[in-house]
Design a protein around this ligand. Sequence first.
Ligand SMILES: Cc1cc2nc3c(=O)[nH]c(=O)nc-3n(C[C@H](O)[C@H](O)[C@H](O)COP(=O)(O)O)c2cc1C
Length: 178
Amino acid sequence: MEFGKLMSERRSIRAYRKDAVDKKDVESIIAAAQQAPSWKNSQTGRYYAVMSKDNVDHIREHCLPEFNRKNTADAPVYIITAFEKGIAGFDNDKNAVNELGDKWGAYDLGLQNENMILKARELGLGTLIMGIRDEKALRTKLNIPDTQEVVAVIALGYRNIEPSAPARKSIENIVKFY
Ligand SMILES: Cc1cc2nc3c(=O)[nH]c(=O)nc-3n(C[C@H](O)[C@H](O)[C@H](O)COP(=O)(O)O)c2cc1C
């Protein structure tokens, strides 16, 4: 799909069909994440792809608030995204290189996540990034170590809705040219 079309047609999807997603598609979405740039090519993003019905139901019921549970009611896959702390933004002696510290890990993960949701769209799949989730419940269920920061949960599946695009701020409101 042409890049401009891909960008403009991607939407946050809040209604899914029950149809299963092929594991190969999930793998190519994770592979797309790996194409993103990262701090010193440190590639600190980590992914937990939840696909079995029991585990998907558990994540939905125990790790998401009511509204995100409802909006992803029939999504067949959740991808929990995390990153290894203390690497991106840090030097070899484990000192933060500047004031942002581990925020660089979150920055890198965001770049990777954008690749993922665009790749999903190219494959005909919908996604919803969810920042409102229960980090402790996710950590416990998926055995996510303390060395990693848990960030977004991304729902994945075939869309059951064609949402219109939410308005964007105008360019003049977000940029200053010098
Ligand atoms: C970091 C982040 C966290 C988000 N968290 C949620 C969420 O918890 N629940 C939800 O319904 N949407 C969530 N969204 C989706 C945004 O609301 C959505 O991207 C925005 O309204 C623009 O719509 P669009 O994605 O269709 O362009 C999140 C998006 C981002 C990038």
